[in-house]
Design a protein around this ligand. Structure first.
Ligand code: FAD
Ligand code: NAD
Length: 474
């Protein structure tokens, strides 16, 4: 007889492992099945985010920022450092150590919460059994009342630029270069292209980013994207818009690219090519043919607003389902589903999920862009405030960017907040809280913000919605 659980989670990324821990906290007998193999060939919990995504990219972004600042920021403070060098082994090694610390930490959390971890590929069978195939080919079947599918996503591969993981790489490859590429090509000026492109640019690569769309960062508010584009250009990221890659050929130790833009075809030769053109839901081998779980036209598992698949006891969360492909979105879905399974009132509001791009300057937003409000015919007011007028930002020599707040023209309810500038990855949290509580710009305008802090930019942007910012003309 197969071992029986209350809940089996397939996938131990930020969606799955959080769902498993919350389910166990609620007294449910829980198992989590994951197939991810770490750099050392052993099971590594944490999925994309902890192994080859959020955490390692932020580790490299931080290390590269320290190095970049030596030449580009410290001299303004009267500090000069001669002969600064990067030891890439230590640089990558630090990242690997952080990854290990966090992936290992999940194993400990599983033990502490009595989640049983299985290592192998899980397949949902009809009737909520899960077949697990180990790396050695061995098979076992476990069963549960509820199964949560959290199989995540994988990079999209271009047919004419297939990953060889030496010269043409995905995110995992670009986190593990053994030397700084002299010339790095990046396909896609999206989140990964900008973050990882920044890492290698700061270490000295000549980075060219080819973006197929004519507009830069069209998911963000246009004003914010415009400021960011200017800063990235100053930093030396060469971003070519409306540029479609048509061919990538590995020739010796180089990659020869052909791309087309409005002026015709162009050639470009690089030492490494990072392809970051988006990710697709990963469901390969996840579902037996007769489970009844449906996929949509983009291969995502179809779920309702409670992340239920419509098949009794089968739920799905994270990158494998609709909504933004963000770790915190998947984690919150995981908590909500565990609570729904336990008969409690779970909650997830996709309208207030914050986005953060960890470049320099950082970009962050929550809610609607100005264009979305215009397209939807929603009447709105705009308040903005530049970091150039924020004492703390100037003291930090990081007085770049602005906070832009959009509020309903009649009710004053905050509909969107968009930021580019120092520390905005943290500032956005205040706005998400306000939006979640259906707050108004007036609410934020009346809250005391410490001086001198970066958060004063949020305060002043809220005041500016009503044309009463203090430290700028209205
Ligand atoms: P995943 O993290 O992809 O985890 C799914 C897990 O399931 C994997 O371990 C996989 O091996 C396993 N699995 C799949 N199928 C099976 C199966 N059949 N059986 C067993 N196991 C299976 N998001 C942010 O919010 N902030 C960031 O800063 C950020 N940075 C990123 C940087 C990069 C370079 C990348 C690539 C992504 C980044 N993301 C970031 C996105 C984030 O990583 C994903 O949104 C998040 O990991 C999705 O979580 P998940 O649990 O749904 O899936
Ligand atoms: P993305 O969707 O952010 O960006 C892909 C870009 O590639 C788009 O601008 C798209 O227009 C462009 N593109 C698509 N096909 C192209 C082609 N053939 N030639 C040139 N450009 C092309 O995707 P991504 O950067 O691969 O990241 C995937 C997802 O991972 C993100 O959308 C995000 O959900 C998640 N992520 C989040 C963070 C974060 O939260 N900080 C960081 C990294 C990744």
């Amino acid at each position: 007889m197969s071992e029986k659980f209350d809940v089996i989670v397939i996938g131990a990324g930020p969606a799955g492992y959080v769902a498993a821990i919350r389910a166990a906290q609620l007294g449910l007998k829980t198992a989590c099945v994951d197939a991810f193999v770490g750099k050392d060939g052993k099971q590594a919990l944490g999925g994309t985010c902890l192994n080859v995504g959020c955490i390692p990219s932020k580790a490299l972004l931080d290390s590269s920022k320290q190095y970049y600042n030596i030449a580009h920021n410290l001299p303004v403070h009267g500090i000069t450092v001669e002969g600064a060098k990067v030891d890439l082994g230590t640089f990558i090694g630090r990242k690997d150590k952080i990854v290990k610390q966090f992936t290992g930490g999940i194993g400990q959390l599983f033990k502490a919460n009595k989640v049983t971890a299985f290592f192998g590929k899980g397949k949902l069978l009809k009737g909520n059994d899960v077949e697990i195939t180990g790396n050695d080919g061995s098979k076992q079947t476990i069963s549960a009342t509820n199964v949560i599918l959290a199989s995540g996503s994988v990079p999209i591969e271009l047919p004419f630029a297939k990953f060889d993981n030496k010269f043409i790489v995905d995110n995992a490859g670009a986190l593990d270069f053994t030397e700084v590429p002299k010339r790095l090509g990046v396909i896609g000026a999206g989140v990964i292209g900008l973050e990882l492109g920044s890492v290698w640019k700061r270490l000295g690569s000549d980075v060219t980013v080819l973006e197929a769309l004519p507009d830069f960062l069209s998911v963000a508010d246009a004003d914010i994207a415009k400021i960011a584009a200017k800063e990235f250009a100053k930093m030396g990221l060469n971003i070519k818009l409306g540029a479609k890659l048509t061919k990538a050929e590995i020739k010796g130790n180089e990659v020869a690219l052909t791309y087309e833009d409005k002026d015709g075809a162009h050639e470009l030769t690089v030492d490494k090519l990072l392809v970051a053109v988006g990710r697709r839901a990963y469901t390969d081998g996840l579902l037996a043919a007769d489970t009844g779980v449906k996929l949509d036209e983009r291969g995502r598992i179809v779920v309702d607003e409670h992340n239920h698949t419509g098949v009794n006891g089968v739920w799905a969360i994270g990158d494998a389902v609709r909504g933004p492909m963000l770790a915190h979105k998947g984690s919150e879905e995981g908590v909500a589903v565990a609570e729904w399974i336990a008969g409690k009132a779970g909650h997830i509001n996709l309208d207030t999920v914050p986005w953060v791009i960890y470049t320099e300057p950082e970009i962050a937003w929550a809610g609607k862009t100005e264009k979305q409000l215009k397209d939807e015919g929603v009447p709105y007011k705009v308040g903005t405030f530049p970091f150039a007028a924020i004492g703390r930002a100037v003291a930090m020599n990081e007085a770049i960017g602005q906070v832009k707040m959009l509020a309903h023209a009649e009710t004053d309810r905050i509909l969107g907040v968009h930021m580019v500038g120092p520390g905005v990855s943290e500032l956005i949290a205040e706005c998400v809280v306000a939006m979640e509580f259906k707050g108004s710009s007036e609410d934020l305008a009346r809250i005391v913000h410490a001086h001198p802090t970066l958060s004063e930019a949020v305060h002043e942007a809220a005041l500016s919605v009503d044309k009463r910012a203090i430290h700028k003309g209205n």
